[in-house]
Ligand binder design. Structure first.
Ligand SMILES: [Zn+2]
Ligand SMILES: [Zn+2]
Length: 484
């Protein structure tokens, strides 16, 4: 019976691929206009300065401390302002930067109400918050960095001091030809110290978690094994929810609507998400990652996958609207969470997208260090590309497997639908899919699944294990809350 189904599915697959070849051969204009396809542009090389800036916390100014410092330095106290006219400043006004009272505040710009603090030299409008809570200074010259750009994930600050050691050293090391070019187009060269201030923190990085299930899988009309069959067709064989619905009717005479298929998938993913994350351990200290396009509700979105190329385990999956530094940091976070202690030589292999360098920089600011190796282009032009290309090729194959599996669904109807699919795909890849390189073993062996000979029963057991896992975790949470 199962052999028959397998044969049918194989024939189905062959038909699909034949059909595709014909489509590629004969349809010169694809249904999706070219302009709608995402374009791969070469990345601009970015250079990141390792040295952090000197951070001056403006809020921590205390006018009393500043007054004492002044007295020490000048051997006389800083006197309150001697006014010829009566001031309009209300007695409830204080400098928002150092807390100095009105006796030290000048009416700097009378009509607009701007005041100047004699103690800390800051200007402000009464009752306003300080403009910046911090000032960044160049670590090479102490000059205040100037904000030059606001990006979606960070602001860029630059040292514009022409006497800066950093600038002078870089400028002097240029060839006379480059100096000439620089005078014509200074934007082409990076000669000045740059600092990026991120607008997100470690705590607010995102992770993909499926929404709460729409149905209770344990009270479902169909048995867990039937749901196992449905997931086998939907995930292992990459059939669309409508195709799964037809196969279930045609082969088993079981009626499930395509919406029920999606509901089962979503409920299974809800439990498997945490379970899969928690079962990833003892991974290698070299990981490779990549981002690729997927279609959600007709729009191109991004999926980030990070893989342990030695043990063939997917350690992180992240779906995002944007291909930006925040998403790269979020994807890396799930990978870092797999380690109880970060290995010293942790290395990620990525393509040349600068978001990964910026992510590395973000983490180093939080005391989390790892190395990034970049493999670019299709040919090996450098030693690093040659050494790490096999890893890169492996993640590219994984991306293709993922795309092959979800292609027949013609994109996802919702963000949650995409998260559901990638969660199930990851569970299948890590626990159920034998790998030739691993002597036809699965990447993560669960001994509880050994008793089960076929995929549907393995899926059913996997769902059961993940539900038990969720109950255990909930118990732990309640106990630790009671103990606290
Ligand atoms: Zn002040
Ligand atoms: Zn400087």
């Amino acid at each position: 019976m199962i052999a028959l189904i397998n044969n049918l599915l194989n024939i189905n697959k062959i038909l699909f691929s034949l059909l595709e070849s014909f489509l590629i051969l004969f349809i010169k204009n694809p249904i999706v206009p070219k302009s709608h396809k995402p374009v791969n542009k070469p990345y601009r090389k970015i250079e990141v300065d390792d040295m952090p800036p000197i951070v001056e916390n403006n809020k921590s100014y205390d006018y009393q401390v500043l007054l004492k410092e002044y007295k020490l330095k000048h051997s006389k106290p800083l006197k309150p302002i001697n006014r010829r006219k009566k001031s309009n400043i209300s007695s409830s006004t204080y400098c928002p930067y150092c807390g100095a009272p009105k006796e030290y505040l000048y009416e700097n710009n009378g009509s607009n109400g701007q005041l100047l603090c004699k103690v800390c030299d800051n200007t402000f409008v009464p009752n306003s918050k300080p403009k910046k809570s911090v000032t960044f200074r160049c670590p090479y010259c102490g000059y205040t960095l100037e904000k030059i750009k606001d990006r979606s994930n960070f602001s860029i600050y630059k040292c514009k001091n022409n006497d800066c050691d950093y600038f002078i050293k870089k400028f002097n090391s240029m060839s006379s030809k480059d100096k000439e070019l620089y005078n014509k187009d200074p934007g082409k060269f990076k000669l000045r110290y740059i600092y990026r201030d991120y607008n997100f923190t470690l705590e607010n990085l995102a992770s993909n978690t499926p929404n709460s299930p729409k149905i209770d899988i344990n009270r479902a009309h169909n048995s867990l094994t039937t749901i196992g069959y449905i997931l086998t067709f939907y995930v292992n064989y990459g059939l669309s929810s409508r195709e799964v619905s037809s196969v279930m009717k045609d082969v088993f005479n079981v009626s499930v609507s395509h919406q029920t298929v999606l509901n089962y998938a979503q409920a299974a993913a809800y439990y498997l998400s945490d379970f899969t994350k928690d079962k990833v351990e003892n991974i290698s200290d070299i990981l490779c990652g990549d981002e690729t396009y997927i279609k959600i509700k007709g729009k191109w979105r991004y999926i980030f996958l990070i893989l342990d190329p030695v043990n063939k385990i997917i350690v992180s999956n992240f779906i995002s609207k944007n291909r930006d530094t925040f998403s790269a940091c979020s994807a890396i976070k799930s990978a870092l969470d797999c380690f109880s202690k970060l290995p010293e030589n942790l290395t990620f292999v990525f393509d040349g997208n600068p978001i990964y360098q910026l992510a590395k920089y973000f983490y180093s600011k939080h005391g989390i260090n790892f190395d990034i190796k970049t493999v670019v282009g299709l040919t090996n032009n450098d030693i690093i590309s040659t050494e790490y290309r096999p890893y890169k090729q492996f993640i590219e194959r994984l991306n293709r497997t993922f795309k092959d599996n979800y292609r027949h669904t013609n994109g996802f109807g919702s963000f949650d639908g995409a998260i559901t699919y990638v969660t199930l795909f990851t569970a299948w890849f890590n626990f159920l899919r034998p790998h030739s390189v691993l002597d036809n073993e699965v990447p993560i062996h669960l001994k509880e699944l050994d008793r089960y000979a076929n995929m549907p029963t393995k899926w059913a057991k996997l769902i059961e294990l993940s539900q038990l896992h969720a109950i255990e975790k909930e118990k732990e949470r309640v106990f630790s809350e009671a103990a606290a």
